[in-house]
Design a protein around this ligand. Structure first.
Ligand code: RB5
Length: 149
């Protein structure tokens, strides 16, 4: 079985999610599709939280989300400890989100990228390692406790 990777979208990302699911499956990933399973209108947090929970718990190392702008999904996913959900609209942004920010959830703005763009963004994010080094202290500072300002 390949690497477990949770995948979710709302209605705005549904068609593109199906395309990405096919390419991830073809590449050997064990895709956990948390929905949505139709183009009917639905609420993005219902899919952001299950994907982010997979990463927060360690059941999966990384996950993928799609909504219209990518924003709502990123807001909800980033409420989970240890989750760094990055909206990426180009392969360059996806590469930097991995290299500098160790992004463990990729969020695609489905209404603003073509399928070709989305596949290239996904591939860049999947293939790019975190650089660590000078970025490690900055990434560590993202997490905060309730006692901190
Ligand atoms: C749905 O119309 C849209 O609001 C949603 O997909 C997303 O863009 C929210 O951030």
């Amino acid at each position: 079985m390949g690497e477990r990777i949770p995948l979710g979208s709302d209605h705005a990302g549904y068609a593109l999610k199906e395309k990405l699911k096919a390419s991830l499956t073809a590449a050997g990933f064990d895709v956990v599709d948390v929905g949505t399973h139709s183009p009917a209108s639905t609420d993005y947090p219902d899919y952001a939280h299950p994907v982010a929970a997979e990463v927060e718990s360690g059941r999966a190392a990384r996950g993928v989300l799609l909504c219209g702008t990518g924003l709502g999904m990123s807001y909800a996913a980033n409420r989970h400890r240890g989750v760094r959900a990055a909206v990426a609209w180009s392969p360059e942004v996806a590469t930097l989100a991995r290299q500098h920010n160790d992004a463990n959830v990729l969020v695609l703005p489905a209404r603003f990228v073509s399928e070709e763009d989305a596949q290239a963004i996904l591939q860049a994010w999947l293939d790019t390692p975190y650089e660590g080094g000078r970025h490690a202290q900055r990434v560590a500072k993202i997490e905060r406790t309730e006692a901190e300002s």
